[in-house]
Design a protein around this ligand. Structure first.
Ligand code: SAM
Length: 325
């Protein structure tokens, strides 16, 4: 059984947010830090397991745990293990800011997480602190080394390059992929409801990065349309690769193969959609999983053809930590 929408897209990949809380204060996401006041409790471990069961039985066999910062959950290891051991989950992935990686990388790899994305927006200690509000660059770098040793199948470093903040570091970022089998991915800054002025000042178009890569001898790698939205580059002198995530490009939504489920139990058909469909009522007991599958199958038919970011419509997304970036 597969989940598909009215535009011929089939969904294989779920981004499951396990918390909206984050310990970092990234200037483009949560500059004042996460505020807990009066927010509902996130899904419990059992609710997350039921959601993951329903999606995976509907053909979404790759599940990425995200947030907020997923690893600040006290029961994160147990959540990862519970979801990783579901028979229909083929790939369990994690997106993290990396602060717990030095200690936990090996444990998470053995718990079944096979694909790891680490966000790292600067290699310069001061700039890292300026962007994230934390003096933790060294920890994250140590975490990446620990992850390489732990034997994940895939390691990606995600950086948001911003004009006037860290765009001069492009070549330094490339050097991470020189002798290591990892992919460095540049995510184009997206406009969110909270940060219109920041976006205007610091947005850097992916085309600009692509031109700089091509001038430095990187070539674009062809890949199947259903492989997801990143535009990948390779270079004969580098072990790793580069990916560009260009949400403003005209074909970005065509290859959309993902759905999002928030830590409050809402289905989000698009990161920049204007609504989340409440599903928590179907997560109270194991015998509701079939009802949840029916509700999801109906809901996905409502997915629109694409977002309207290019015209400045950011939907209801005030920042990405609330839905799971
Ligand atoms: N805390 C985890 C982390 O740091 O990776 C997971 C959540 S974070 C919201 C996921 C990704 O979204 C990060 O790589 C972050 O850089 C990216 N992100 C957040 N806001 C963004 C924005 N406005 N534009 C582009 N990327 C953004």
């Amino acid at each position: 059984m597969h989940l598909s929408d009215g535009f011929g897209r089939t969904f294989r990949y779920l981004r499951l947010s396990v918390t909206e809380a984050c310990n970092f204060r990234c200037s483009y996401c949560l500059p004042d830090g996460y505020r807990k006041c009066n927010r509902p409790q996130p899904l419990t471990q059992d609710e997350l397991r039921r959601a993951a069961t329903a999606f995976s039985e509907l053909g979404l066999t790759k599940i990425r745990l995200t947030g907020g910062e997923p690893t600040i959950r006290k029961d994160f290891d147990a959540v990862a293990e519970a979801i990783g051991s579901l028979p229909s989950v083929k790939t369990l992935a994690l997106t993290t800011n990396g602060y717990r990686l030095p200690d936990r990388a090996a444990t998470w790899a053995s718990a079944g997480i096979s694909a790891l994305n680490v966000s790292l927006d600067s290699l310069n200690r001061n700039t890292f602190r300026h962007i994230t509000g934390h003096d933790r660059r060294d920890e994250v770098l140590r975490g990446i080394d620990a992850a390489l040793e732990a034997g994940f199948n895939s390691i990606k470093i995600n950086a948001v390059l911003m004009r006037g903040i860290n765009d001069h570091e492009l070549m330094d970022f490339l050097s991470l992929a020189k002798d290591r089998p990892l992919s460095v991915r540049f995510i184009e800054l997206m406009e969110t409801g909270d940060h219109a002025a920041f976006f205007q000042k610091h947005h850097l178009a992916t085309d600009t990065i692509a031109r700089r890569l091509e001038r430095a001898g990187w070539t674009r790698k062809l890949k199947p349309l259903d492989a997801g939205p990143s535009i990948d580059y390779v270079h004969p002198d580098f072990d790793g690769s580069i990916g560009l995530i260009a949400p403003y490009s005209k074909d970005f939504c065509k290859s959309c193969n993902r759905l999002r489920f928030s830590s409050l139990g809402n289905l989000h058909l698009c990161l920049f959609g204007s609504f989340g469909l409440p599903m928590r009522r179907f997560l109270k007991a194991d015998d509701q999983i079939e009802d949840l599958k029916d509700a999801l199958t109906r809901a996905v038919r409502r997915k629109t053809e694409g977002h309207r970011l290019a015209t400045g419509e950011t939907g209801q997304t005030s920042n990405l930590s609330s839905i799971g970036g």
